[in-house]
Design a protein around this ligand. Structure first.
Ligand SMILES: [Zn+2]
Length: 96
């Protein structure tokens, strides 16, 4: 079985993993990162796998998880409709 045939339930439907993306949510509720769930021979089917890809070190993962970061798997359709990674987080003051 290749990554491209993996199926996951996301947004209430069974979808191929390659039609999905992991979104990292900052503690304030803004999206701050994206990770394609499957490409080439790579697949990140679980939240744990997505965390490991973003932060290989356990202490890094624990730090961000403690701060309230979370990852959510969603379809590209929902990503395009709901997530704007280019938008500025209005919750933190810009560093000056
Ligand atoms: Zn924010």
């Amino acid at each position: 079985m290749t990554a491209l045939t993996l199926m996951v339930e996301v947004d209430g439907k069974i979808r191929p993993l390659c039609n999905c993306t992991w979104i990292t949510w900052a503690p304030c509720g803004c999206p701050c990162g994206a990770l394609t769930a499957a490409f080439g021979g790579e697949a990140f089917a679980t939240e744990e796998q997505a965390w490991r890809e973003h932060y290989p070190l356990k202490r890094e993962r624990e730090k961000y998880q403690r701060q309230g970061y979370r990852m959510e798997l969603m379809s590209w359709d929902r990503y395009r409709a709901e997530v704007d990674l280019a938008a500025r987080c209005p919750h933190v003051k810009a560093a000056s």
